[in-house]
Design a protein around this ligand. Structure first.
Ligand code: NAD
Length: 481
């Protein structure tokens, strides 16, 4: 693979796109740093990749999960050896801090580790039969070729938590990464090729919407696992509905941290700063709303403003950087527009609110805290996906819970309190999939479901043993003897 000119990977070979088109991959911390030219593919390329996956399917399926896990273990070993190469690529094309990129590699390693171990647990049940001399059981089979469509904010971990279970389950795959992070995806596919994966089992088609649409429309694609925005998720669901396409949609978030009057405000401040401004807020589980009891609202705001104003914005590769740039000019413009709109709806800027300057031309945004935000304001309802935090006052636990649940999303929910009864009640009442108490509202384990409620997710969750409900389907069998 030539990292300056990265094509598609189809049937075990790097091939140029049929379109003949490429697009530059630009470092968000330094727009003068063009990482390379990457394939801008079309539907024909997607079709070639699906055909290769389809051909590879029977042999891959016949291996069985225990033999397939060996490839995941080899990939784990290679990724351990290439940890720094991957982290550098992630920082250079996505922008996040080196420490965050290394954390992402570790997450991908954990996913491989967990998934390989699942090989010996892909089991069904035996059940009593209604007739004599009859054996009844259930077992899982792979659904077939899958299309994996991913965003740019975790360019390694999200593709990995789709690719690893697809391969283990026996589903040949076509990966279509975000056009903003093609290099990391190429390194991932090369990793599996170097691990000896048979040709055609994992294919890569770089590009944007035309490739995604072609995968969704292709009759030989049995399932689409998608992570991205709600509008694109809905478009995929609509396009696939006529042929009853199986989908797994991991979508956006508008996540709240509720801070009650009895909370440890120092700990809450640490968690909020980490959850809201880590990766410049570009996480589906990012803290984007603080719902704080009015009794401690000013005290929390004072702490937040002091801490956030001191954060240093800069390139992800610089050791002193606290907050990395956002991924591109569109994202920066969207964040600035959201802050402006919030002010027209009554919010006040407590700190930040403007594009920051960096040592090189890039997409730097000053971390921003908005106060006096109304719970139904646009900024409190819609995902910003950038370093912008809204602070909303509430009157006690019930009111805080009502405001937290008043959005269409339900990715993560977090509570700060010293009251154990409130902690357990919150677990029941949060309309969100990933819950945290007295800790940051971000982060997930490979063995816990990455699940959202309401508009944040559709279909079986990713990660954890629940993921097999997407990549496999059940058989029930009765054998008379
Ligand atoms: P996006 O929805 O714009 O794009 C996601 C992917 O879909 C890209 O690969 C894109 O090329 C492709 N695509 C675009 N149009 C398509 C179409 N019509 N058919 C098929 N594919 C199409 O999202 P993004 O900007 O890359 O990522 C940010 C979004 O992802 C945010 O909303 C964020 O919350 C969400 N996200 C969710 C999770 C989660 O686990 N729930 C994790 C990370 C990011």
């Amino acid at each position: 693979m030539d990292p300056q000119h990265v094509h598609n990977h189809i049937d075990g070979r790097w091939v140029a796109p049929e379109t003949g088109r490429t697009r530059p991959d630009v470092n968000p911390a330094d727009t003068g740093d063009v990482i390379g030219e990457f394939a801008e593919s079309g539907g024909v390329d997607a079709e070639a990749a699906v055909a290769a996956a389809h051909r590879a399917g029977p042999a891959w399926r016949a291996l069985g999960p225990i033999a397939r896990a060996a490839y995941l273990r080899r990939a784990w070993q290679l990724l351990t050896e290439r940890r720094d190469d991957f982290a550098d690529a992630i920082t250079r094309e996505q922008g996040k801090r080196t420490a965050e990129a290394r954390g992402e590699v570790d997450r991908a390693l954990a996913v491989l580790d967990f998934t390989a171990g699942e090989a010996r647990r892909l089991n069904g049940v035996t059940t009593p039969a209604e007739e004599a001399r009859t054996f009844a059981c259930t077992f899982r089979v792979p659904i077939g070729v899958v299309g994996l469509i991913t965003p740019w904010n975790f360019p390694l971990a999200i593709p990995m938590w789709k690719v690893a279970p697809a391969l283990l389950a026996g589903c040949p795959a076509v990966l279509k990464p975000s056009p903003l992070t093609p290099l990391t995806a190429a390194l991932l596919v090369q990793l599996f090729a170097d691990a000896g994966l048979p040709d055609g089992v994992l294919n890569l088609v770089q590009g944007d919407r035309p490739v995604g649409e072609a995968l969704v429309a292709h009759p030989d694609v049995a399932g689409i696992s998608f992570t991205g925005s709600v509008p694109v998720g809905v478009a995929i669901q609509r396009a696939g509905a006529p042929r009853l396409l199986r989908t797994q949609l991991e979508l956006g978030g508008k996540n709240a941290v509720i801070v009650l009057a009895d909370a440890d405000l120092e700990a809450a401040t640490d968690a909020i700063v980490h959850g809201a401004f880590g990766q410049a807020g570009q996480r589906c589980s990012a803290t984007s709303r603080v719902v704080v009891d009015r009794q401690v609202e000013q005290a929390l705001l004072d702490r937040l403003v002091e801490r956030v104003s001191a954060l240093r914005v800069g390139p992800g590769a610089a050791a002193e950087t606290d907050v990395c740039p956002v991924v591109d000019g569109d994202r920066l413009a969207a964040c600035l527009a959201a802050v402006e709109q919030a002010q027209t709806e009554g919010a006040k800027v407590a700190c930040g609110g403007f594009a920051a300057s960096g040592p090189t031309p890039g997409f730097y945004m000053q971390p921003t805290v908005l106060r006096d935000v109304e719970p139904d304001a646009t900024i409190a309802q819609e995902e910003v996906f950038g370093p912008v935090l809204s602070v909303i006052g509430c009157d006690g636990f019930d009111d805080g819970m009502r405001i937290s649940n008043s959005v269409r999303y339900g990715m993560s929910g977090t509570l700060f309190t010293r009251d154990p009864a409130r902690m357990f009640e919150a677990l029941e009442r949060f309309e969100a999939g990933m819950l945290h108490v007295n800790r940051p509202g971000v982060g997930a384990y490979a063995h816990l479901p990455h699940s959202g409620a309401k508009a944040s997710q559709f279909g079986p969750p990713e990660c954890s043993p629940q993921v097999w409900d997407f990549y496999t389907e059940w058989r029930s069998a009765c054998i008379s003897y």
